[in-house]
Design a protein around this ligand. Structure first.
Ligand code: 13P
Length: 340
């Protein structure tokens, strides 16, 4: 393992004013997004849609890296250029989702374990040849009737650590993503308590697996109430609680934390990130690794029509700029309205 190289990649992923585009939706997940905008889920449509984003000039200013799905990392643009090269030409780093999804965890009703460790060393070697310099693996947890259990928290932390150690062995920076879902009616206090437990366990397992923290990026959920909770909290409270939990759990050796949006509105995801960066004085860079909060607007504008490409690219540009400002703590509602 070359920790200096891994650290350099990780730092580039969280460079000031830049963040990560999570475009790694599986074929099933992108179908759900395409269904909403009336687009057929074909290989060509998936390619056209992603090519449209990767060719947007804003990539160079605000997108440090792109998480790809197995199909996408092998795909070519209409003119024959690989999509990986389009990303590299924008001075952005190609990354790859390597987990095989969350499957039922035996003995733990309604809980999941993320699979995909078998053969992962060889897959990393192939992905590295294809241009990937970072990877992503997502553990999923839900607050509901006594869950998450210690079993699920421990099993997922252990899998994340094994995935991360193998990534570093192969010259790839692991994005370590433990996601406590926003589904449900739990309070912000419940989210805070459970997230702290999850993160403590994840960092303990990373240590046992010999993962070097200078060569990872953490991708956590923010501390927010469940979507169905009657009490929704202010932007400042979400920011304050999130930073408090991260300070308790994340060693300063970690170069950066890139949040998932997790079903927050576009505006909330931007406002929360901005408010955290306005707090300042933090040991790690805080930025975005958004899927929905970067893509919902361009998807709606595009709707699968060539004529809409310029509009869709403008929508993507705007969200990337707003989140770029939020990553610096320099966003405000005036900038939000100024969608030029
Ligand atoms: P969202 O921002 O839509 O939560 O997606 C990020 C991601 O990569 C989830 O694994």
């Amino acid at each position: 393992m070359n920790l200096i190289e891994l650290n350099a990649i990780a730092k580039k992923m969280v460079a000031p004013g830049k963040g990560i585009l999570a475009a790694d939706e599986s074929t099933g997940t992108i179908k759900k997004r395409f269904d909403k905008i009336g687009v057929e889920n074909t290989e060509d449509n998936r390619r056209d849609y992603r090519e449209m984003m990767f060719r947007t000039p804003v990539m160079k200013q605000h997108i440090s890296g792109v998480i790809l799905y197995d199909e996408t990392i092998r795909q070519k643009a209409r003119d024959g250029t690989t999509l990986v090269k389009l990303i590299q030409d924008a001075d952005s780093i190609p990354g790859i989702k390597v987990d095989a999804g969350a499957k039922k965890l035996a003995g733990a009703p309604n809980e999941t374990i993320t699979e995909g460790l078998d053969g992962l060393r060889e897959r990393y070697q192939e992905y590295h040849k294809l241009g990937a310099r970072f990877a992503k693996w997502r553990g999923v947890y839900e607050i509901a009737e006594g869950n998450p259990s210690h079993d699920a928290i421990h099993a997922n932390a252990h899998a994340l650590a094994r995935y991360a150690a193998l990534a570093q062995e192969n010259g790839i920076v692991p994005i370590v993503e433990p996601e406590l879902l926003m589904d449900g009616a739990h309070t912000i206090e419940a989210c805070e308590g459970v997230t702290e437990w999850i993160l403590k366990e994840v960092f303990q397992e990373l240590y046992y697996a010999g993962v070097k923290l200078e060569g990872i990026i953490l991708k956590p959920n923010m501390i927010v109430p469940g979507m169905k909770c009657v009490q929704q909290n202010s932007v400042e409270e979400v920011a304050q609680r999130t930073v408090t939990v991260l300070k308790r759990c994340v060693p300063a050796a970690v170069p950066g934390i890139a949040f998932l949006s997790g079903g927050q509105s576009d505006l909330d995801a931007t406002a929360h990130l901005d408010a955290m960066n306005k707090i300042g004085g933090l040991p790690w860079a805080l930025t975005f690794s958004y899927g929905r909060a970067l893509q919902a607007a361009p998807q709606a504008a595009w709707a699968g029509k060539v004529d809409n490409v310029a509009k869709a690219q403008a929508a993507f540009t705007h969200r990337a700029r707003m989140n770029g400002l939020a990553a610096l703590g320099k966003w405000d509602s005036a900038a939000e309205k100024n969608a030029s």
